[in-house]
Design a protein around this ligand. Structure first.
Ligand SMILES: Nc1nc2c(ncn2[C@@H]2O[C@H](COP(=O)(O)OP(=O)(O)OP(=O)(O)O)[C@@H](O)[C@H]2O)c(=O)[nH]1
Length: 352
């Protein structure tokens, strides 16, 4: 059984989930990674999950913006930018099973699936939809979390420690193989950070120059993080220059994405899938009048090489009552769905 799942995993593409603080360089890194793989005649399958990104510097096979219009979501639900992003991702997550099918179809053609995530890291890492997406990917494919960090903004030991604590929290949350990409090494080499991680004394020396009252706490925290550092895979990269990518792929192979806790815990994840299925059954009551008019399964749009589905303008998706954490969004979601259905029925039957 274990051998079978290993065999399956060995044939499957590796999902590289790129997370990081706003402005750390996630999108530039994804662009560079995609270009590097194209250069090696190993084109990746690229997914953009940031509904608010203005322009993508890489061709995405699946782009959340084709399915959910973030500004429209803000308008429809009376939300601010962050609420709009969270809600857009929730809407998209309800149909993530479709994305999974696209990835499955593509698995013989792409060795890697690269996923760019929203600028505000917490939108993905601490949202129900982020968890659903991460678990869906990791329960079916070997998966790795890549935490992109802005090295040039981590030269202060306290800031560095905060960043590492955040990385650590994501590792514990996702329980996936984890690589820290220290980006922007064209501005400053990441060796100072590696030294801080490997040599407690050096970090203490840097801290001694800090007079802030939190430096004592930071000192204690660095001891706690020692264990985290010892098994952490770190690579210095300049996404702008494209340096460090060979090393990144070495680290990626060492991260052993094929052996994930999620693959071992597949049974538990089945429960999650059932939750989503349950959710869709609930949704059926809203769509039931004319399910064929707008099958939710048609809502995820792809670009490029896959089955060449016809791209359509769609600013719709559906409500996720279970995963939407902000309960006040629920009535707005319902209205939106009903309005959307009417709109779609009108466009399907223009004579009515
Ligand atoms: N010098 C330097 N700048 C970089 C590097 N990578 C990204 N940048 C710059 O950092 C800024 C943010 O880069 P993005 O790739 O948009 O970062 P992001 O994390 O996707 O940003 P959000 O999605 O908005 O949070 C841009 O101005 C990039 O040009 C790098 O390796 N070196």
């Amino acid at each position: 059984m274990a051998a079978a799942s290993e065999e399956l995993a060995a044939a499957a593409p590796v999902c590289v989930l790129v997370l990081g603080m706003a402005g750390s360089g996630k999108t530039t890194f994804v662009q560079r990674l995609a270009a590097h793989l194209h250069g090696q005649r190993c084109p990746p399958y690229v997914i953009n999950l940031d509904p608010a990104v203005r322009g993508l510097p890489f061709p995405a096979n699946i782009d959340i913006r084709d399915t959910v219009k973030y500004k429209e979501v803000m308008k429809q639900y009376g939300l601010g930018p962050n609420g709009g992003i969270v809600t857009s991702l929730n809407l998209f997550a309800t149909r993530f099973d479709q994305v999974m099918k696209f990835i499955e179809k593509r698995q013989n053609a792409s060795k890697y699936v690269i996923i760019d995530t929203p600028g505000q890291i917490e939108v993905f890492t601490w949202s129900a939809s982020g968890t659903i997406i991460t678990e869906a990917l990791a329960s079916s494919f070997p998966s790795v979390v890549v935490y992109v960090m802005d090295t040039s903004r981590s030269t202060n030991p306290i800031t560095f420690m905060s960043n590492m604590l955040y990385a650590c929290s994501i590792l514990y949350k996702t329980k996936l193989p984890f690589i820290v990409v220290m980006n922007k090494t064209d501005i400053i080499d990441h060796s100072f950070a590696v030294e801080w991680m490997q040599d407690f004394e050096t970090f203490q020396d840097a801290l001694n120059q800090e007079t802030s009252y939190v430096s004592n706490l930071t000192r204690s925290m660095s001891l706690v993080l020692d264990e985290f550092y010892s098994s952490l895979k770190v690579v210095g990269v300049s996404a702008v220059l494209g340096t460090g990518l060979d090393d990144f792929f070495v680290q990626l192979s060492k991260a052993n994405p094929h052996v994930t806790l999620y693959l071992q815990e597949k049974a538990q994840n089945k429960e999650k899938r059932e939750q989503l299925e349950h959710l869709w059954k609930d949704m059926g009551s809203v769509w039931s009048d004319d399910a064929s008019a707008m099958s939710p399964s048609e809502l995820i749009l792809t670009r490029g090489t896959l089955d060449e589905e016809e791209e359509r303008e769609s600013d719709t998706d559906d409500i996720d009552h279970e995963v939407t954490e902000e309960s006040h969004e629920e009535p707005a979601f319902r209205n939106f769905m009903q309005e959307t259905r009417v709109k779609y029925q009108r466009s399907s039957n223009p004579n009515e």
